[in-house]
Design a protein. Structure first.
Length: 95
């Protein structure tokens, strides 16, 4: 059975302080259960850390806002992140 993969869009962080931030994204599960997480790190394109997003999993067919609070960051360090939407057929990463 063919299905449309989930779509994911990474949005700007909010509530940024020297040691914390709220990561934001938007995911369309396209009707199938989809787990959502954020991947993050200190080098763009290299995201070794993961953080569960809320809500997750998603099941709907509309763009749904997702977020996660990230703390314990090192002051004066630049961090990068992407939102990631996963189900058995594959994973979509937000740009």
């Amino acid at each position: 059975m063919w299905s449309t993969p989930p779509s994911a869009t990474t949005l700007a962080a909010s509530g940024v302080t020297p040691t914390s931030a709220t990561l934001n994204g938007s995911v369309n599960a396209n009707g199938l259960s989809t787990a959502v997480q954020f991947r993050w790190g200190t080098s763009p394109g290299n995201y070794p850390n993961t953080l569960a997003a809320a809500p997750s999993p998603l099941n709907g067919s509309t763009n749904t806002p997702v977020s996660a609070a990230l703390g314990g960051l090192t002051p004066y360090t630049t961090y990068s992140y992407i939102v990631s939407a996963t189900r058995p057929a594959g994973t979509s990463h937000g740009a």
